[in-house]
Ligand binder design. Sequence first.
Ligand code: 4AD
Length: 448
Amino acid sequence: PCVLAPPLPPATRVQTLLDMFTEKKEETAPVRIAISGWVDRIRRESKYMVFLVLRDGSNYVQCVLRGPMAQSLLARSLRRECTVCVCGDAVYDERAVTDVEVRGRTISLLGAAPSDFEGRVRVEGLEAFPHRHLLLRTQKYAKTLRLRSIAVHAFRNHLMGKGMVEVTPPTLVNTHCEGGSSLFEVDYYGKPAYLTQSSQLYLETACPAVGDCFCMLPSYRAEKSRTRRHVSEFMHLETEHPFCTFDDLLTVIEDMVCGVVDTVKAEAGPLLESLNQDVPSPQKPFKRMTHTEAIDWLREHEVYKDEEAKTFYTYGDDIPEAPERKMIDAIGEPVFLIKFPASLKSFYMKKCPGEPLLTESVDLLVPGVGEIVGGSMRMHEYGPTMDAFEANGLPPEQYHWYTDMRKYGAYPHGGCGLGVGRFLTWLFGLHSIKEVIMYPRTVDIISP
Ligand code: 4AD
């Protein structure tokens, strides 16, 4: 009696079932239903009673098998991650994990599972990566996938709500954007090409066509350093704004970051809080600090460039990840770090008016992660752009489509790039960017 002869009845999504019980829960009449899913938990209460928590991706629901069903060979051989179809009567029961219990009348096995699942998902660190496909099924990773989807949609809705147009530049390119050292080269029909480091340059070409625009595409960086915020492939949300000022750009970033945090909280507050007990609540306007002021901060707080020799950072210095995080963690709120020395930044950045050694550039730093956004005003006049190509050893003929923009109606503009993985690491309160990416790619990981 326990195994249903095929064909199986059409299964109802667990979430659809739970939705039937959202109002007047106690008064809802039992619903005869079939649920298909994976066995997430098993509790053998007695010989005559087995509790299963089934997961179908949409949610979890408790099922109970009683009497001969509990004693059947099938019920006794069930393990975590077996796929089953349970038919029975769903009733409200506040003791059950999601307040509904399916009292099984029949159960059929759709797919068996070996007994080593728990062992394979319990491993940690680099050892865990070969098991990533299984790890995704566990609560933490399932939550991050779901919340990531909500956040990605929130970014799109936010930007489209501002009248911006999403475009899709190529990710296979033959040009640099952020310097040669982190380029992945590919053999493109016998010629060298690269996986894009940033879609910015192509995005800029869309402005004269559609105005303010954005793209959300993977960028690639050959990052040999093993840090908790660097991966080789990351989802890059980039925006570009014709006729904006540097101040406007900072406002765009602030609005986007605060808007998306608010939307995710509004749409999935309890889920987010179940992952992060200390969800950030960024307040506008963000604190602003020049690169010079940041160097002063490091000196005042005795954060040394060389700990042993007790030497300090000086004004032209790049601030590496560790001191940057020390500073932002101590400040404890998002900070716009602005006006970086031109020598530290990319060739396309506009110089500050009256301060030719500095750029109209910004990094948004947040506690726990550090930089999550990088942006700048773009050098838009033809002459200085060509000089910058020469100074950086970039062949202008390969960038003719970029330099043409400086010929055919140059326009002041700026934009930014937000690392979606870093943003989510901050929002979810997690330690490493690798926890928010489905299948992270790093110097050590290419599979699965
Ligand atoms: O600061 P970056 O290098 O800026 C650019 O690529 C600009 N072209 C963007 C633009 O103005 N359109 O990178 C932007 C952001 C960083 O702030 C960071 O969040 C993320 O991209 N990022 C990475 N995330 C994960 N792993 C890496 N290796 C990353 N490199 C950059």
